[in-house]
Design a protein around this ligand. Sequence first.
Ligand SMILES: NC(=O)c1ccc[n+]([C@@H]2O[C@H](COP(=O)([O-])OP(=O)(O)OC[C@H]3O[C@@H](n4cnc5c(N)ncnc54)[C@H](OP(=O)(O)O)[C@@H]3O)[C@@H](O)[C@H]2O)c1
Length: 329
Amino acid sequence: MKALHLVEPNKIELVDIPTPQNLKKGEVLIKMAYSPINPSDLAFLTGGYGVQRPLPTVPGFEGSGEVIASGGGFYANYLKGKRVACVANNKGDGTWAEYMLTDATKCVVLSKSVSYEQASMSFVNPLTAVELGEMAKKEGYGGIVMDAAASSLSKMVLYQARKHGLGFAGVVRKESQVQELQSRRVDLVVNSSADNWKGQLKEWAGQFGKVLFLDAVGGGSLPFDILRCLPAQSKMIIYGRLDFENPPVLSPQDFIFYEYKLEGYWLSKTASRKSFLKSMSDTRKVQTMLKNGFETTIQKSLPLDNYKEAFELYSKNMSGGKVLFDLNK
Ligand SMILES: NC(=O)c1ccc[n+]([C@@H]2O[C@H](COP(=O)([O-])OP(=O)(O)OC[C@H]3O[C@@H](n4cnc5c(N)ncnc54)[C@H](OP(=O)(O)O)[C@@H]3O)[C@@H](O)[C@H]2O)c1
């Protein structure tokens, strides 16, 4: 089968490797349809991600396809012939291949209305949005503020914020992104490259007792500049490291005098602690969200052969939408 191989950090090759065989009980073989490039994939390719696998390995964390074989067991057998959204087993090869072997428990059956393209992105961002939205509501935050807010994830967090009756503000870095967010009718969008964005954010945040700040930038002074605009006892959750180059500029006094809280979030960890029933219920929430028009924008779908073009396109314009690998071509 055709696949991409990460042979060493930052070095990818198009390879022809044997299709996985000898499935064990509870495993399924999927004929892959689509798989996106996400920021977590880019981090994995550098070798600097929370999941490490011996090289060479097939990268790619999530995708969609049809289950064509089962290694036995009730759920794996049930999945045979079904259209599914799937994630890679952290110990095995990933989704950027024509076929993938994974655990049946890492697959979800698709409703007819969800396309293979959208389904290929139905784990990482949608589940994160569901979890963070529920956390904001449960912990009593009046609003959510996000940086890198032109992202696909922010669109879904906005849906969750509305669903839970919470305010939503976005911080972006380009004027074109301001317009994009205004078209989504967020409460407030500010451009961190423009003047007086901090004053506007502070005024908006002042209406709430405390605000949940979701930080995907993770470097430089921006995240802590944003935090300083928020009421005392607000919480910052670092869930991304889009700014790899600059170390974070943190001021300990802010945490002391304003009682700010700081946490990390990683879906892989929270997902591993979830019961099967809670996972199924979250998946249903995701499919409802997708049906309600909160789909991910797709910039382009390309075959594995065009992987260099795919990476370049996505890295140069992340806000333009996802670039998918079309695994049937
Ligand atoms: N921890 C978890 O479990 C988890 C789960 C899901 C997602 N995430 C994280 O969520 C973030 C968004 O993911 P996504 O799939 O929604 O991304 P996406 O749709 O590809 O969008 C990425 C966004 O980040 C912006 N960006 C990139 N580098 C930036 C920087 N240095 N400073 C400010 N903005 C920057 C891009 O703007 P430009 O177009 O201007 O570059 C773009 O709007 C990523 O960091 C991802 O790793 C984490």
